[in-house]
Structure formats: structure tokens, C-alpha cells
Design a protein around this ligand. Sequence first.
Ligand code: NAP
Length: 496
Amino acid sequence: MTAIQQTSPSQNRNAPDLRAASRGLYIDGAWRPSASGRMIKVTDPSTEAVLALVPDATIEDAAAAVEAAGKAAEGWRNTAPRKRSEILRRCFELMVERSEMLAQLISLENGKALRDARGEVAYAAEFFRWNAEEAVRITGEFGMAPAGTNRIIVDYQPIGICFLITPWNFPAAMATRKIAPALAAGCTVILKPASETPLTAYALAALYAEAGVPPGVVNVLTTTSPGPLTAAILADSRVRKLSFTGSTGVGRALLAEASKHVISCSMELGGNAPFLVFDDADLDVALDGAMVAKMRNAGEACTAANRIYVQSGIYDAFVEGLSRRMAALRVGTGVEEATECGPMITRKAVDKIDRLVKDATARGARLICGGAAPAGQGFFYPPTVLADVPAEAEMAHEEIFGPVAPLSRFETESEVIARANDTEYGLAAYIFTRDLARGMRVASRIEAGMIALNRGLVSDPAAPFGGVKQSGLGREGGQHHGIAEFMEAKYIAANF
Ligand code: NAP
């Protein structure tokens, strides 16, 4: 470990200001230290250097954040939708203006390749543009009761204070995917970003203020005690929403905590995406798709292809083509322009990938390329391809969350559908075939919230993102879906 790293703005015009991104907890429009005075180290996964220190919030700090969100709630819900929309639009514009600086910050604290970080900023900013447009289109319902006795009026109202918890793998997008619709709906929020990647969340908090988001509407705090803090926040009766993105295990614990107070929950949880390639697929399209579905974010994505099933007739060609592409990827530090595969988030993540690869090879999988973590600084793992991965391998049931592509052969459509569905997860799935009827038939039978047909990417702010089974509850983004998670229906039975 070395001293805190600082990049001089004179060397790099877009260098993020790490001091500005670690000024304190962001509560009620002001930066403040934590009540404990304790700090959390933020580490660069490429070098293991300490980038910055951020405060470690206590329950007292959390109470202050709820107080601030409560104080701002009335004013924000009564702000005209057009005005809220214009502020959200300004957030979008500022994110676009600062996109290079934000991409470098994401790359530094998360390790992802700059090209992935740039993609993330564009995706993250889009939630503000999309929700700026949605904020002025929230409508209700009006009709006659079937008995003819009265009118039925349904109004949609902001749900109340929202507690948002986000993971480290998309430090900007997982936050804006929640904050933008919550603000569009008229809610105030408290965000707890992941301890590994808090700097992006704090940098964005400053940007929201500049865009005109009033004090207290967005509050951000970091902590090493997420469990007790969450329990304290959810116990405050003004908090009516918990929106979580993270692992299924933590999601289950949070659902149990929220049930004590019957709080509305949206859960974006883990995945185990199957990637199906039929004999009649266009080989190059399928390989391009596999590279995106597997290697975006170096495999650290909930939608990442986790099990690649290829039909017998195309299997050998696919193994050869994918290994060639994977082996050619340039591994390097996140912020290097040429890097295509950055480091993993932590040493623990590398160890987990290593364990899964060893388990698969011990069970008979063939290692085609990669397969061993290099010595030296940084949490690197090479792009790896495994062929003939058996169904009982641990990686067929657990998220790999790394640059490892496990391939298995299949014979028939019904066999591969059964294998694809043999998991507790149901987030994303990928299908490659030139037969559209088959594509649609298989898509309707796969148990997943999102299907990519002849594409390697599903995420789109204009489409509902979310999973079935133990991959989650609710949807983010999409027409109405994302905002609806932050509103309650109020029905009025009216006689005039
Ligand atoms: P994680 O360990 O579940 O952590 C996610 C967030 O929850 C972090 O902010 C973490 O804080 C916090 N947390 C941990 N324990 C908590 C507790 N007891 N109470 C309240 N908060 C708690 O997940 P991760 O490793 O950061 O992220 C990877 C996971 O997220 C993968 O499973 C991935 O599939 C999933 N994911 C899902 C989606 C989706 O849209 N479905 C998107 C992205 C990622 P600390 O950082 O302080 O521990």
C-alpha cells in the first residue's frame, strides 16, 4: 500500500479531482465528516494504491440523512413536474459535458477499461434524459365504476423517502438508474454506494447540486456497517422504499429487514445468464455477441454470459473463434487507453474466479486459454476459455463475475432450454439463431426477465431491466416501469 495517489490536472485535462470526490458525507446539500471520524480507504484495483479516503458513516449520520430527505420531501414533491424535468435534463447535460472526467474516475476506482467506463457514463447519463422526459408524462386514470354508481379516479403519488443501495460494478449507472426515476416521481433519496467505489457517487452528488437539485433531495453516505445502518434507516417510518442492486444473498437479508416495516422493495439481484448458439447462427455475429456479453466490464456484470451452450454442429468452430478473440484481448490497468480487460475489483474476487476455474478443470473441463492469475500488483485475471464444462461444475450454478467463458455442447432445443432454466436465477439470456421462429419460441420458454436475440447487449434505459426467480423484484428503466417503482397509486371513489 502506498500513500494517497493524486493526479495532477496539468498532466491530464480530464483527470478527476480525487480530493473533491472525497470531501465528506453529502447530507442536506453539504459535505461533512462522519460522526465517528473513521475513514474508509478507496483502492485502485489496477495498482493496489490508496486513491482516497471517504467517511465511514454511523447510525447518527444516517439519521441526519433521513432528516434532510424528510425536510426536503414536501418542497420536492410540490415542485412542478416541468421544473423537476428541467433539473434532470441539466443533470444529463452536465454528465455528458464531464463524461471523460467521470469515465476516468470510474476507471480508477473500479478498474474497468476506459472504453467500458465511457460506455457506462453514456448509459448512466441517459437515465437522466429519459426520466426528464418521463417526469412530465406521469398521468392517472379516470373512469366509471362498473356498477355506474361513481367515478374511479387513480392518482399516482411519490412513494416517500427512498433508500438506495448500489454495487461497485457500475458505480455511476446503478445509482442514476435509481436516482433519476425517484426524483422524476417527486421522491427524495439517500444513496449508499458500495465501499469499493464511492468516489463516483460523491462526484455525481456535486454535479446534481450544480444542476439545481435542492439540498436534501439527494443525500449520499458511505459506511462499513451497512447492516445496522440499513436497519436504522428502514425503521424510520418516513422511509417508504428500499431499492437495492447487488447480490441475491444480501438481497434476501434486506427483504427480511424491510418486511419488519412492510417497506416497498425493488431488488436487482444476481444473474447466471445462459448464452445459446444454435447450428444455424451466423458464427461471426454469435462470436461478436459472446465477446460483448462475456467481456463488457471484464465479465463483472450481472448480465454477463455465465454459461455458453453451443450446438454440436458449430461447437468446434465456436470454441476456436472465441479462444482466438479472448486470447487477443489486451489486459492492462483501467485508465490505459489500449486496455480491453482491466483488473477485477478485489483480490477476493480473483481468488473466487481461480477457485471456480480449478473446480471446472478438476471435473473434466478443458482449459483452452488463460486460467491462471499473474503474480504482481493489481487484481488481474486473464481472459480464459474453458471447453466441455460439465453441468455439475460450480461455475454453472454461481456467478463467475470475471473474464472466464465456460463452453458446453448441446444437441437439441428442448435439452438446451432445460439446461438454461436449471438455475435459481433469471436475469438475462442470449439466443443466437437465424431462424426467427425458433428464436421467439425459445425466448418465450427461457425463464429470464430479459432476452437478447442475436445481440450481446440488452441494457437500454428505454427498456424494463430486471429479473425473474431469485434475480429480483421489479424493473428499472423502461416506459413507466422505472418511475412506477417510486410511486403509489391512490384511488378515489368519487360522486360529483
Ligand atoms: P453486494 O455484496 O450484495 O453489495 C451490494 C451493496 O450492498 C453494496 O453497497 C454493499 O455495501 C451493500 N451491502 C452489503 N451487505 C449489506 C447489508 N447487510 N445491508 C445493507 N447493505 C449491504 O454485491 P456486490 O458484490 O457489490 O455486487 C455484485 C452483485 O450485484 C452481483 O451478484 C451482481 O449480479 C449484482 N448486480 C445486479 C444487477 C442487476 O441489475 N440485477 C446489477 C449490478 C450488479 P458494501 O460495499 O459496503 O459492502
